[in-house]
Write a protein that binds this ligand. Structure first.
Ligand code: FAD
Ligand code: MLT
Ligand code: ZN
Length: 491
């Protein structure tokens, strides 16, 4: 499958031998997986579009073990694929050939949490939803949330610089991540404790994972690893700033008669809800049909061409409710919204969020999915969807648009009964050229991984690309970490 759709040649890495397996068994005793059945799930991505054939998966529990693994693999020239929850959308989380899978699944301990600062320090394999639960019990929330929360790891989130549903309010991980612990394969494997400027060159780890809000001592090296998609180092621990848990959360789910009205609702919303606005998501009518058809979810409002989900988070329920109700009155009076519903209790809030969060799942049940995740000027966000619907005609089963409108991030997805080269030809490079024409980004939040690495140049100039290649060569001179991913193959 992989080779047909994405022609690529295996690079001359070593092949895992019996001696290698014995060495891994010494490093991670009882945690070297070679059972083909157990390996199957880790060889295929969430979308089931990229499949590798790795014969070994390692489950380290500590940073020292990761360090030993990378040192060994560097010496033996063995390729390594770091893997978190394997929910990535661009084929970065699974091997392309026989790369060793290094899973963070057992690195799932909270290291510390400070109730005054809200700073959480934890191992990279902690599942996002479990961290959310942990900090919520202490009256804080995680600064990020996404539909994959039940499976994705915080290390994977940092490695992909995941955006998600709270980006509008709490911003990028480039701001909320305060420190990282990373293991790089460069000789000797460096455990870069970027949580604190104590870098050890001999592979041993100093366990002092403290975090600072302000630290201008030279280059902010941790930023390099945020969004590096496992190509520069393995993230082993994360320090992250958690906001206080809002006392009042409201969700409004609204139907809009057109995209112009969606945009006007957004402007009005920013003006009238300002500081309490915590999410502004949108989906079109076809998305609603898909979550209805495949997942049995029922629309809580009258059928409309577009739907928006607005969330407010604040400290005083009465104040927020009052603001929200005058906003709703305004948008209804002006015909920007034709129908709507409000939720304040947790069960209904979750139900409304599910309509938006579960679109990905509904799409994956609809057939072969062509996925695009792009940043565009918000005024033009839906033009590409309408344009493609006309361009593709009956070739496509569905052409849908949804996403993080508040962040200018469109998820454009096309489904068909089966993979078709002619449909792909109609989509690409058209979508990328269209995006570049708007000075947009060909990957807003999912990264490049295996599937999008060759379209990077639509959004980055040659000089930036060259610097990225140089950084890769510096930190991973043999290119053993996540080969075939993120960076285009050298000419
Ligand atoms: P994986 O999928 O395992 O890996 C992703 C990449 O990170 C790979 O390149 C891998 O090699 C690398 N990696 C993983 N762990 C490490 C580590 N410890 N050190 C170094 N490299 C590592 N993404 C968004 O941005 N916003 C969304 O709203 C969003 N919603 C989603 C909803 C659903 C239903 C699904 C299935 C996916 C969604 N995603 C979203 C995509 C995905 O969940 C994110 O990219 C997530 O951050 C990946 O985390 P993971 O632990 O699953 O990483
Ligand atoms: C989302 O916002 O739902 C995710 O990024 C996943 C997707 O794009 O389908
Ligand atoms: Zn998204």
């Amino acid at each position: 499958l992989t080779r047909e759709r994405y022609p690529v040649q295996r690079l001359p890495f070593s092949v895992v031998s019996e001696e290698d397996l014995a060495a891994f068994e010494r490093i991670t005793p009882g945690r070297v997986v070679t059972d083909p059945e157990e390996l199957e799930a880790s060889n295929v991505d969430w979308l089931r579009t990229v499949r590798g054939c790795s014969k070994v998966l390692l489950k380290p529990q500590t940073t020292e073990e990761v360090s030993h693994i990378l040192r060994y693999c560097h010496e033996r020239n063995l390729a390594v694929n770091p893997q978190g929850g394997n929910t990535g959308m661009v084929g970065g989380s699974v091997p392309v050939f026989d790369e060793i899978i290094l899973s963070t699944a057992l690195m799932n301990q909270v290291i510390s949490f400070h109730g005054v600062s809200g700073i959480l320090v934890c191992q990279a394999g902690c599942i996002l939803e479990e961290l959310s639960r942990y900090v919520e019990e202490r009256d804080f929330i995680m600064p990020l949330d996404l539909g994959a929360k039940g499976s994705c790891h915080i290390g994977g989130n940092v490695a992909t610089n995941a955006g998600g549903l709270r980006f509008l309010r709490y911003g990028s991980l480039h701001g909320t991540v305060l420190g990282l612990e990373v293991v790089c394969p460069a000789p000797p494997p460096q455990v870069c404790t970027l949580l604190h400027p104590q870098v050890l060159a001999d592979g041993t780890v100093l366990n002092c994972l403290t975090s600072l809000r302000k630290d201008n001592t030279g280059y902010d090296l941790k930023q390099l690893f945020i969004g590096s998609e496992g190509t520069l180092g393995v993230i082993t621990a994360v320090s992250i700033l958690c906001p206080p848990k809002p006392r009042a959360v409201n969700v409004a789910f609204l139907g809009c008669p057109g995209f112009a009205e969606v945009l006007q609702t957004f402007s009005t919303c920013k003006g009238m809800l300002g500081e309490i606005l915590s999410a502004f998501e949108f989906m079109d009518a076809e998305c609603m049909q898909l979550v209805g058809h495949h997942l049995g979810l029922v629309s809580p409002v009258q059928e409309s061409p577009f739907y928006v989900l607005i969330e407010t988070s604040g400290s005083r329920a009465g104040h927020d409710a009052e603001k929200l109700s005058s906003f709703l009155e305004h948008v209804l009076d002006f015909g920007l919204v034709t129908d709507g519903t409000l939720a304040t209790d947790q069960r209904r809030v979750k139900m409304l969020w599910a309509l938006r969060e579960r679109i990905t799942e509904a799409l994956s049940r609809d057939g072969c999915v062509y996925k695009y995740d792009i940043s565009l000027p918000v005024e033009r966000l839906y033009d590409l969807v309408s344009d493609l619907r006309a361009r593709l005609g009956p070739q496509a089963k569905h052409v849908v648009g949804y996403g993080h409108l508040g962040d200018g991030n469109l998820h454009l997805n096309v489904t068909a009964e089966a993979f078709s080269a002619s449909l792909l030809g109609a989509l690409e490079p058209y979508v990328y050229e269209w995006t570049a024409g708007q000075q947009g980004s060909v990957s807003a939040e999912h990264g490049l991984g295996f599937k999008k690495k060759d379209v990077l140049s639509y959004s980055k100039p040659p000089a930036a690309l060259q610097l990225m290649q140089q950084l890769k060569a510096l930190l991973d001179p043999k290119g053993i970490l996540n080969p075939y991913k993120t960076l285009p193959a050298r000419a």
